[in-house]
Design a protein around this ligand. Structure first.
Ligand code: NAP
Length: 248
């Protein structure tokens, strides 16, 4: 029996990187998984890769209508949600002095507004024993050059979980933050120009006590722990999967 046998899970940003690895792991552990993302072709590719047990619903988490469509589809097919991984997120690099309004709005809309309304709109489908996992980041509790806007969104996500743990008191629904450090995903490689990504990862690895960046499967393993009843006495917490980067 898998650790998520019989559970219904939703993974936003499930067509790439950490979300894709987690959707794959959740299915392998017996869950029925819904994934979402904006790019249909990447969703199709993910469904092909994961196989039976996954359903893709295209949508943008910063658009409330799209979230409504996602959760209507989940309600119609499965009737409830046991695990919600609000993982969709993005960012771009710009130092103070070069931050533009459009990228500020996009980053806050996806990472903060998107996370908030993903959880709020999923809540009517959740019940006691449910687990909400928000993807934070080590950047939420550190300074990172040219990454202040993204880092501020992740600091906001951290506080959403602290406050929601109180709002959810009495419901039996838990909410925790999973904060990766540098992890080799298309998202991270896309932060720099083509051909510069290996150098970026090497420079990130040099700052990490374990001497390397993480892989998405290592984050998925901790997402599984937070999703499962193994973490039944945890809420409002932040768990880092960062090779020690933000711990020393
Ligand atoms: N990799 C790292 O080093 C690292 C470290 C700390 C935190 N994180 C966080 O981990 C999460 C996953 O990132 P990743 O590294 O796996 O990057 P990734 O490979 O770029 O994956 C990001 C996912 O989010 C989805 N997404 C982005 N904007 C969306 C929107 N508006 N609506 C719906 N889906 C959206 C993307 O799909 P579409 O583009 O198709 O929409 C994609 O599936 C993010 O929250 C990121 O901030 C990553």
């Amino acid at each position: 029996m898998g650790k998520l046998a019989g559970k219904i899970a939703v993974v936003t940003g499930g067509n790439s990187g950490i979300g894709l690895a987690t959707a794959k792991r959740f299915v392998a552990e017996g869950a029925e998984v819904f994934i979402t993302g904006r790019r249909q072709e990447e969703l199709d590719r993910a469904v092909e890769e994961i196989g039976a047990g996954v359903t893709a619903v295209q949508g943008d988490v910063s658009r409330l209508d799209d979230l409504g469509r996602l959760f209507s589809a989940v309600r119609a097919k499965s009737g409830r949600i046991d695990v919600l991984f609000a993982n969709a997120g993005l960012g771009n690099m710009a130092p103070l002095g070069a931050i533009d309004e459009a990228s500020f709005d996009l980053t806050f809309n996806v990472n903060v507004k998107g996370t908030l309304f993903t959880v709020q709109k999923a809540l009517p489908l959740m019940q006691a024993g449910g687990s909400v996992i928000l993807t934070g980041s080590t950047t939420g509790s550190r300074g990172t050059p040219a990454f202040s806007v993204y880092s501020a969104t992740k600091a906001a996500v951290r506080n959403l979980a602290r406050s929601w743990a109180l709002d959810l008191r009495g419901t039996g629904i838990r909410v925790n933050v999973l904060s990766p450090g540098a992890t080799d995903t298309p998202g991270v490689r896309g932060l720099v120009n083509a051909g510069e990504d290996d150098a970026l990862l090497a420079s990130l690895a040099a700052q990490i006590p374990l001497g390397r960046v993480g892989n998405p499967e290592e984050t998925a393993a901790v997402a599984l722990f937070l999703a499962s009843d193994e973490s039944s006495f945890m809420t409002g917490s932040e768990v880092f999967v960062d090779g020690g980067a933000a711990q020393v």
